[in-house]
Design a protein around this ligand. Structure first.
Ligand code: SF4
Ligand code: SF4
Length: 326
């Protein structure tokens, strides 16, 4: 077991954000007074959103100098690849923090389109774009003052562990306070779970969900939340024809969406032993549709709005099916 903090020595920690919305940074600030405890026990060496340390300061650190780096956001461009490799080299432990670093998150929905299609949409065909000369961003451009560069946009959004090895995963969009505190405490005390662990529950969300589950689901059609005017607050949402990813999602969030009457979208990533969340949900949906006629069954499935986006809202970056298709 590696114990990070010696009696009088402070732990050295770092935070980084790649392709993310900033919500994970807010989750850290949202720790309230716990942040003060962390500050008392740890020195923050690198945190671009709050601390003015530069990349070259990190490059100058000896290898393994940082005790633990919490890395949020998916890998969308060459800068994120560079920083992921740099922080891996400089850190004893690397934690994929939040669903984007864990599974690609919502930004990885872009993986349903090619890089060319995305550029065409953004720089040519959006209603507000006027680009008659077809100018696209270039990674390098020479101006009078010298060369100006920007990072290269990659083919897809990748989870952190597709680029470097990851020691632990803290899932959620963003991770809830309870698990951030559990994770940080584990590092500060040295009482760490086995490498590769996801710091959350070891079962699927349905087990944590307080709603009544039927013995057998029987669904005739699927609807969006707003199409169901009289949602029963007590009953399982899936049983009411609202697609809920609870059967395929890891528990740990205390069913926070479901208790507000919104179905789970899978931000905690796949439940244990599930490799591809969308594939698992296809088999769940197939088993609950109460229709024997093949044509009618096909019709029910075809009427599911945006099935790929719904089943992979947070995990397209980890989808085996999607990689296979590409
Ligand atoms: S499918 Fe959703 S609403 Fe139903 S029990 Fe599972 S988590 Fe709860
Ligand atoms: S209910 Fe699902 S989408 Fe909502 S926080 Fe929990 S795991 Fe994430």
């Amino acid at each position: 077991m590696t114990v990070i903090v010696m009696s009088e020595e402070k732990a050295k920690i770092a935070f980084y954000w790649a392709a993310s919305c900033g919500g994970c940074e807010i989750a850290i600030l949202d720790l309230d007074a716990v942040v003060l405890d962390v500050a008392a026990k740890a020195d923050i060496l690198f945190w671009p959103v709050a601390v003015d340390t530069k990349y070259h300061d990190v490059e100058a650190m000896p290898d393994n100098h940082i005790d633990v780096t919490f890395f949020n956001g998916g890998i969308r461009n060459s800068e994120a690849v560079h920083v992921a490799k740099l922080l891996r080299k400089k850190s004893k432990f690397l934690v994929a923090f939040g669903t984007c670093a864990h599974c690609g998150g919502a930004p990885a929905l872009a993986n349903f389109k090619s890089k060319e299609a995305i550029f065409d949409r953004v720089y040519n065909t959006t209603p507000s774009t006027s680009n008659p000369e077809g100018v696209y961003p270039q990674t390098s451009h020479n101006v009078e003052e010298g060369e100006v560069t920007i990072p290269e946009f990659l083919e897809a959004v990748y989870p952190l562990d597709h680029v470097v090895s990851v020691d632990y995963y803290l899932p959620g969009c963003p991770p809830p306070k309870k698990w951030i505190v559990a994770g940080v405490t584990a590092f500060l005390t040295g009482e760490l779970p086995p490498k590769g662990s996801v710091i959350a529950e070891e079962f699927a969300l349905c087990k944590e969900c307080p709603r009544e589950k039927p013995e057998k689901h029987s669904v005739k059609e699927f609807k969006r939340v707003w199409e169901v005017m009289d949602i029963d607050f007590e009953k399982c949402l899936l049983d009411q024809g609202i697609i809920c990813l609870g059967p395929a999602t890891r528990a740990g969030c205390e069913a926070r969406c479901i208790t507000t009457n919104y179905p789970c979208r899978g931000c905690f990533g796949p439940a244990p032993k599930i490799i591809d969340m969308g594939a698992k949900m296809i088999s769940v949906l197939g088993s609950i549709i109460d229709e024997k006629d093949e044509t009618k069954m096909e019709q029910i499935v075809e009427e599911i709005p945006d099935i790929a986006g719904t089943l992979y809202e947070f995990t397209a970056g980890k989808s085996v099916l999607l990689r296979r298709k590409k």
